[in-house]
Ligand binder design. Sequence first.
Ligand code: TYD
Length: 401
Amino acid sequence: MTCRICSADVSVLLDLGTSPPANSLKKSPEQVQDSYPLVLEICDNCGNVQLRDCLDEEALYKDYFYVTPSSTLLSRHYDFLQSFLFKNNYLTSHSFALEIGSNVGLFLDHIKPNVAKVVGIDPAQEISELANQKGIETVCDFFNEASSVKLKDQFGNPNIILARHCFAHNCDPHRMLKGVTHLLDDSGLFVIENAYLLNTIENNEFDQIYHEHMFYYSIRSMKALLAIHNMHLVDIIMSPIHGGSIVFVAKKVSAEDKISSAVGKYTLQEDLLLTPSAFKHFVENTWRIKDTLGRLIKGLRDGGWTIYTYGATAKGNTLLNFIGLTDKEIKYCVDSTPMKQGKYLPKSNIKVISEEESQENPPDYFLLTAWNYRDEIVNKVRQSGNYTSQFIVPIPFVHIL
Ligand code: TYD
């Protein structure tokens, strides 16, 4: 196989077996789903880490139930991102902001009062309808060169294009960048927010590997990709969201561009830390977590204790299916998203229930599959008066709260 950024040869970094698409919840436990390999590859030439097998977009988004949760953590993150963009004049009150993969429009809704115009584009039908109902103009389509032509005709050139946690959800990033370079003029900015490979590796976040995540970007691989499209990084900011994310600010190369010192600082940091030994530890720790968590859950279940998972997350499905945990060991999955409730997790067949149902009949343990919202969820459960259920946190190492 070859690198989908630079076409050099790649080698296998980690093989997690097979799993159905992680966001394809089932309407009934009997529904049959196909499973596909989850194999991670690495390119020595440009540093790219990619998923070997890419599913076609239709298979991936057919039964798509990911709705951005309403969360105080996310809302604080939106404030943080918005103030970074305004402080540096990347966004101004005159800006037209276009967001790719805008989901139900929560981020655009956040910035809408402070900019001239916002438009979203998202391929999921039900989800883009929800955004439009809420007043965020959203085009239902995949973002690529063809849709960028239509967007330009309809809305004109955006000053800024944002792709937050969706840029890696695409097996050919060149296609998306062709659309971006078509839409942006020479001063336009492209802001990509993504899980950061260095954090994924350092925190043993192997559960971030699922079919939507077709790339695991580092600064090195992002620079290599942008260079092919005559673009470069002008700024970077780090954020703790989703287990450690990076915000890349890119634009078309021009001699006058001012490059923030953050680009040099974080590049050096990455060169020093994202080493072959870091990758080796990541792989070893992945197998260690599988073994420890598998034994812990099966042991507790055999001892007669009840276990629910908390968060019908995509990463939770990687975790459960890699370890081989099912509705035999785990009674329910709790999730606040109405669209997910009453459905069943892919392969493990665990039924999703609401937080209210869980409060009525709490388990002895919650396996925290939404560990990225750990403090928010633990506080919520404690504030509901439940001081007895314990939390099993799988990442960065298995521990109990
Ligand atoms: P998310 O972090 O987006 O995970 P992934 O990208 O791996 O799918 O999903 C978080 C899930 O957790 C989402 O389905 C909503 C749920 N959730 C709750 O059930 N209660 C909460 O208090 C919060 C914050 C999230």
